[in-house]
Design a binder for this molecule. Structure first.
Ligand SMILES: *[C@@H]1O[C@H](CO)[C@@H](O)[C@H](O)[C@H]1NC(C)=O
Ligand SMILES: *[C@@H]1O[C@H](CO)[C@@H](O)[C@H](O)[C@H]1NC(C)=O
Ligand SMILES: *[C@@H]1O[C@H](CO)[C@@H](O)[C@H](O)[C@H]1NC(C)=O
Ligand SMILES: *[C@@H]1O[C@H](CO)[C@@H](O)[C@H](O)[C@H]1NC(C)=O
Ligand SMILES: *[C@@H]1O[C@H](CO)[C@@H](O)[C@H](O)[C@H]1NC(C)=O
Ligand SMILES: *[C@@H]1O[C@H](CO)[C@@H](O)[C@H](O)[C@H]1NC(C)=O
Ligand SMILES: *[C@@H]1O[C@H](CO)[C@@H](O)[C@H](O)[C@H]1NC(C)=O
Length: 433
């Protein structure tokens, strides 16, 4: 009975899995180490495509800076294994692996083995992350520093190709996804992909500041980048707390003491933009350089509350608003964000956070929206294409602020296996890694 079961399991797993070995450099040359191996297989419920990796560990370059367990923009500059899933419309999903983070939530387990100088990893990719009807595949491995940087490909470019370019879709080769996931070829485009193709980032604030589920409908917001800036739309429960004595459309200093939704955009230098929006149309924007160190506030903003319905008895109403945040308000090279919502008066004040503090942790005794280490990755280049320099707004704010700057909030790099996953449309990535 036991033997029969084993055989059945073995047969089942060999039928569904596909294994690939990366045996050549990016342009077809030989490699001088044990090759990277990738295996694809469906989860038993068909909701995930499991990607397992067995690769040599070079520890070169060393682990990227920043908190482990989170996405890291620029991961491709480190030691990575990448898998790309492409469809006939040139829409593709890229999975990057290094030595733990992710920009889309991803379940990952990894192990490094120093004796054999190798690492293994298993990533569970939700099938909603795959573009519709995947037909082609390629995978890459990168390691080494400077002139010794090695680029390896499963399906390499011709020997005479000029540069390694992992987004060179013409070298991808067919994959029959229906052998792994029989429904994938006919599944409609997932909401995630619909939003991603339009550059819409949707978020729901589903937890309190200390990671308990929120009792009411979550605050929902979206970001969408345009030439004129990043449009921030909010849909939130309306509690009809006492209103600030301000003017709709104008800044109101102290808005955080009222009913408010807040978003913070942070870079690796601890420079950040804080955006506060209220249901009565007031707003407050602050530029901060170093944790809590405001260098400018009350910037003008195009913000309109488009809907507000009153609560009925204990059931909150709803409010909707839309703001266009100008490109120059963002600090250069935004990499992480967090968002919050507050309502209620005095003891009944309720603090909610998109990326909350751990529950019941003595290091986090009360709500504090400036705990920058809790912020999580955002692929901000899909919101603002030109975000690499200080804008005039930032330069002026820095010049006129004489305050000492505190930098480095002490997030230490941890050397752990690392994983990142990015959903990209081919057009947005032309010419880059
Ligand atoms: C590489 O060689 C092939 C065949 O010899 C040729 O068709 C192609 O144009 C060459 N590509 C480059 C980038 O030189
Ligand atoms: C892909 O696999 C399915 C299921 O095994 C099979 O029916 C189909 O013919 C294959 N398609 C191609 C193009 O090989
Ligand atoms: C947010 O919540 C709404 C309503 O519950 C749901 O339809 C939507 O998919 C959620 N969006 C995200 C990004 O979780
Ligand atoms: C944001 O709100 C504006 C104004 O109501 C609307 O035109 C736009 O479609 C909304 N964007 C998203 C992504 O919902
Ligand atoms: C509201 O603000 C106006 C103008 O700043 C001021 O004259 C008025 O006294 C304020 N009202 C209250 C109740 O604070
Ligand atoms: C932003 O990042 C780019 C690319 O890494 C870099 O060239 C630029 O100097 C950075 N900008 C600032 C202000 O540090
Ligand atoms: C990019 O942004 C910087 C800072 O705001 C600005 O000086 C520069 O002109 C912009 N470049 C382009 C190509 O829009």
């Amino acid at each position: 009975m036991g033997v029969l079961l084993l055989v059945l399991l073995y047969a089942a797993s060999t039928r569904a899995a596909k294994t690939y070995t990366i045996t050549t450099t990016w342009n077809g040359g030989a490699i001088d180490h044990k090759p990277v191996q990738l295996t694809l297989s469906p989860s038993s419920d068909q909701q995930y495509l499991e990607l397992s990796i067995d690769a040599p560990f070079f520890n070169d370059p060393p682990s990227p800076p920043g908190p482990a367990g989170q996405a890291f923009y620029g991961l491709w500059n480190y030691e990575v294994v990448e898998a790309f899933f492409l469809n006939d419309d040139n829409q593709y999903l890229e999975v990057e692996r290094v030595t733990i983070r992710h920009s889309l939530p991803l379940e990952v387990t990894t192990q490094r083995n120093p004796t054999t100088k190798s690492w293994t990893g298993l990533a569970k990719i939700p099938i909603t992350y795959l573009p519709p009807t995947v037909t082609k595949f390629n995978a890459y491995a990168i390691h080494g520093s400077g002139k010794d940087r090695m680029y390896e490909s499963l399906y390499p470019a011709p020997e005479n190709a000029s540069n390694p370019d992992f987004h060179a879709l013409q070298y991808f080769q067919p994959i029959n996804m229906s052998e792994l996931l029989p429904d994938q070829p006919n599944a409609p485009m997932s909401e995630l992909w619909e939003d991603a193709l339009q550059g819409v980032f949707p978020y729901n604030i589903t937890t309190t500041w200390n990671n308990l589920p929120v009792p009411n409908t979550p605050v929902q917001f979206t970001l969408q980048g345009f030439q004129a800036g990043v449009e921030l739309n909010v849909t939130a429960p309306f509690y009809n707390d006492p209103a600030p004595n301000g003017t709709a459309g104008q800044p109101f200093y102290g808005l955080w003491d009222y009913e408010v939704v807040e978003m913070f955009f942070l870079n690796d230098n601890d420079e950040y933009l804080e955006v506060e929006l209220g249901p009565w149309g007031e707003h407050l924007l602050l530029l901060l350089k170093g944790e809590r160190n405001t260098i400018k506030h009350s910037l003008p903003l195009d913000f309109l509350v488009t809907e507000r319905t009153m609560p009925i008895e204990n059931k909150p109403g709803i409010w909707k608003g839309s703001a266009m945040i100008p490109p120059g308000y963002f600090p250069p090279n935004v990499t992480r964000m967090n968002a919050y919502a507050i309502h209620g008066v005095d003891d009944a004040r309720d603090y909610q956070a998109l990326h909350p503090a751990p529950n019941n942790d003595p290091d986090y005794p009360q709500p504090d929206f400036h705990r920058l280490s809790l912020f999580r990755a955002i692929d901000f280049e899909f919101q603002l294409s030109n975000n690499s320099e200080y804008s005039d707004v930032w330069l002026d704010a820095m010049a006129s602020s004489s305050t000492t700057i505190s930098v480095g909030s002490g997030h230490k790099a941890l050397l752990v296996a690392l994983l990142s996953l990015t959903v990209v449309g081919a057009a947005w990535f032309a010419g880059s890694w």
